[in-house]
Design a binder for this molecule. Sequence first.
Ligand SMILES: Nc1nc2c(c(=O)[nH]1)N[C@H]1C(S)=C(S)[C@@H](COP(=O)(O)O)O[C@H]1N2
Ligand SMILES: [Mo]
Length: 320
Amino acid sequence: MMRKAISSNEITPESVFLKRRQVLQAAMALGAGSLVGCSVDSAEADTPSAATTRALTSTGSTDFAGGENWTPEKLVTSYNNFYELGLDKGDPAKNADWLKTDGWTVEVGGACAKPGTFAVEDLVNFNALEERVYRLRCVEAWSMVVPWLGVPLGDMLKRFEPTSNAKYVRFDTVLDPDNLKGQRSSILQWPYTEGLRIDEAMHPLSFMAVGLYGKTLPAQNGAPLRLVMPWKYGYKSIKSIVKIEFVEEQPDTSWNLSAPHEYGFYSNVNPSVSHPRWSQARERRIDGNVLSAKIDTQMFNGYADEVASLYTGMDLSKSF
Ligand SMILES: Nc1nc2c(c(=O)[nH]1)N[C@H]1C(S)=C(S)[C@@H](COP(=O)(O)O)O[C@H]1N2
Ligand SMILES: [Mo]
């Protein structure tokens, strides 16, 4: 039987989680106060770096998470997956200054009438930012409720006037192995790359985020701009995007390339399609600390009324 290296949290989620849980339980037994911050101690998480944020204002806030408690900001910014900044959940906050965002530009091209290279401020109207509270569920069976700031992805993409050949959209993360030391490992193919079908990208729930909790994104959450796809597993929500391309063929995605039988192109949250090595039926909602109780996972992460029609006629156990 083929087995992958045991070095990745994504690939061995439960064992890593349980290890951490044992550490936390031991810490609790010793009376070590608050659990907030997981393996990152608060001093590390507060260290200023390229992650330095500035305040943002929004035109209004919409709750797309059914009134659920927000995951505390401290956990949203200290319990992360961002392999470019390290494999452990605490690494991205610790290594935030590996991500260099000065003079950031995004190249938009492919099947569109108005390609070009843009600064983030040209892509996103910072005077018209919406706050949207979405659930985001990691394939590792934990989830968060986060107030994101950004713009609907479809509104942003339409400005480049995609042509009828634009059947899919591909997104690439920055490639900078000199600074992003995680890119020196071969755990994934770099740059991290993701894709959406064009109708998924244009769906009104699809979101391009530039902030969270009223501030610009910290590095560990994907500064300066990242996707938020609330009905898909977290890894579809690609961080620190430098390239967007309208394409005719279904693009490769980093996780699909690394383990095709485990991570499909669609990656819709689906409690009835297990990951080959663990169930997706339940999840741990991180609402106060990483030991939060498990709850049932909902189809499309609870967004079925809005998005199920995108997949009419598809066999979602095959197109997983
Ligand atoms: N470039 C890049 N984007 C990424 C990842 C990554 O490793 N690299 N991890 C993904 C995964 S697995 C998840 S669960 C989410 C986590 O987002 P958060 O840290 O803001 O909660 O980011 C996604 N985007
Ligand atoms: Mo994830």
